[in-house]
Design a binder for this molecule. Structure first.
Ligand code: MN
Length: 254
């Protein structure tokens, strides 16, 4: 089984090492093609206005000077000797729950894999508070990664779907289990904007993730994480809101 690993935190991110350890439990044919720099929040963006560069860091380890989507495209079209059987993205430093998924480079890399018809899974490790840098603990991901991935390898994945996995921010022994659940939503997904003045006297603004509020419930990924479970959520690329189709069509008829 050939496995492609990527992420949005960059090729040197600690979470990518965690993911590699998980993948190696299942295969020795593991390839890493990841962004050279952190791309968190890049979503599904594709670099069109400038070239991207490919740098080889090892026998099956490459960095791409672009987005997670760029990395997956490069892997599938230029780097790997043949299509992978599986694409794993992560383990992201931080949650990709509820509405986060549309901003997420981690999830988008898996979306790109799903578009290519390849079984693709995104992994994210939730953490408690900002300001921890690379000291964010991946304990739950390390202990539960293979337990989550194993059953997903044989599971049917419908076309244009992928699976989004989040690990709770607690010690491995405190994890309650694995819960398959729907995507939740944030009540108010504004985040924060920090304002300051740079060393040359120019005003700047810096987006943060503080202040995003949500009310877990309704058997969502947010609720699973709050309850101490690993969340497993199948996502579909078709964003059509079916119930609105008929009502909208009526507006343009007659
Ligand atoms: Mn990230």
């Amino acid at each position: 089984m050939r496995i492609l690993l990527t992420n949005d935190d960059g090729i040197h991110a600690p979470g990518l090492e965690v993911l590699e350890a998980i993948a190696r439990q299942f295969s020795d044919d593991v390839w890493i093609v990841a962004p050279s720099e952190e791309q968190s929040g890049a979503g599904h963006s594709l670099t069109l206005g400038r070239p991207v560069r490919l740098h080889q860091h090892g026998e099956r380890r490459f960095a791409v000077s672009g987005t997670p989507t760029d990395a997956v495209m490069m892997a599938l079209r230029k780097v790997l000797p043949g299509a992978p059987d599986l694409i794993l993205s992560g383990v992201n430093r931080g949650a990709n729950l509820g509405d986060d998924v549309t901003y997420s480079g981690t999830v988008s890399a898996a979306i790109e894999g799903a578009l290519a018809g390849i079984r693709s899974i995104a992994f994210s490790q939730v953490y408690e508070k900002e300001g921890m840098g690379d000291t964010v603990p991946f304990a739950a991901a390390e202990a539960w990664g293979t337990k989550v991935l194993g059953p997903l390898l044989g599971a049917p994945f419908a076309p244009r779907t992928m699976v989004n996995v989040n690990f709770p921010p607690i010690a491995a022994a405190a994890v309650q289990g694995i819960r398959v659940c729907r995507q939740g939503f944030h009540d108010y997904a504004r985040g924060s904007v920090v304002e300051g003045t740079d060393p040359r006297g120019y005003q700047y603004f810096w987006f943060g993730l503080h202040g995003i509020e949500h009310t877990p419930g309704n058997a969502t990924d947010l609720e699973a994480i709050q309850d101490g479970y690993v969340s497993v959520t199948p996502l579909q690329l078709d964003l059509t809101h079916g119930p609105s189709l008929a009502a909208l069509a009526e507006r343009y008829s007659g």
